[in-house]
Design a protein. Structure first.
Length: 264
């Protein structure tokens, strides 16, 4: 492994910045390439076959071009669908992102947990397995709130996002039978923590929110413990979409030490 090899942080859009924010707390000097598949956004409305083929193909090309020391798939939809496939074809260590059902089950007092993700994420067998392993005896309500992805992206672009818009996009969770007993909500998309202030206002003060960004960052730091990063290494971001639109997000990236945006 080349001493200047970066960490590759991959997401369908910019939700992975929530993971990068936590990673910077632990590894402030690590070179990071943030890869946003803006041309493929949103993943939540795509079929499993489409997501798997796209993620595996892109990560294969990115691994060849950038020679990362570790890849983080900072996207719940991509991870729950394609993580196993990507690990089979790439030798690079890969950290995925999965719904934080385990900590939510430990936190709930009412026994009713909400899972907010994309439509593709909430229907995955991976989520069934997590529920069976960590939430036995609990009630898990799921809702695919694809609209929250676009709202999170808009907020990072500096556009006004209202609590009413966020509440409307997530309302299907509490309108289910048993929704009145919700006290803990899993944000199972890395875009959704971007909207946590609005979600807190929409759901009320008695509801807690959990997501996996901090745990993912700790996992990356653990796997790379003891590795050296040269001080001259630079971080940058790439997009599969239009560069002009991507540059509207430059302020959000600069907050995390990324000054250069490129087209992949």
């Amino acid at each position: 492994m080349n001493s200047s090899s970066p960490i590759l942080l991959f997401d369908s859009g910019v939700g992975g910045l929530t993971v990068l924010a936590e990673l910077r707390k632990l590894m402030p000097d690590a070179p990071v390439i943030y890869a946003a598949d803006m041309a493929g956004l949103p993943y939540g409305a795509k079929s499993e076959a489409e997501v798997a083929a796209r993620v595996a193909g892109l990560l294969g090309r990115m691994a060849e071009r950038y020679n990362p020391r570790l890849i983080c798939i900072a996207c719940n939809t991509a991870s729950t669908i394609a993580l196993g496939m990507v690990r089979e074809v790439l030798e690079t260590p890969i950290v995925g992102t999965v719904p934080a059902i385990k900590p939510a089950a430990a936190l709930t007092k009412t026994g009713t947990i909400g899972l907010l993700g994309t439509e593709a994420t909430v229907r995955q067998r991976y989520v069934d397995d997590l529920e069976r392993e960590f939430a036995q005896g609990k009630k898990l309500l799921r809702y695919g709130a694809n609209g929250l992805v676009a709202l999170g992206e808009a907020k990072l672009r500096g556009e006004e996002v209202s609590v009413d818009d966020v509440a409307k996009a997530a309302a299907g969770l509490v309108l289910q039978a048993g929704g009145e007993n919700l006290d803990t909500v899993v944000l199972a998309c890395t875009h959704f923590p971007l909207l946590e202030p609005e979600l807190r206002e929409a759901f009320g003060k008695d509801v807690s929110f959990v997501h996996g960004a901090e745990g993912i960052a700790k996992r990356i730091a653990h796997l790379l413990e003891g590795q050296k990063f040269p001080f001259w290494s630079k971080s940058f971001a790439v997009t599969t979409g239009g560069l002009e639109d991507f540059r509207r997000l430059s302020g959000a990236f600069e907050n995390h030490g990324i000054m250069k945006l490129k087209r992949f």
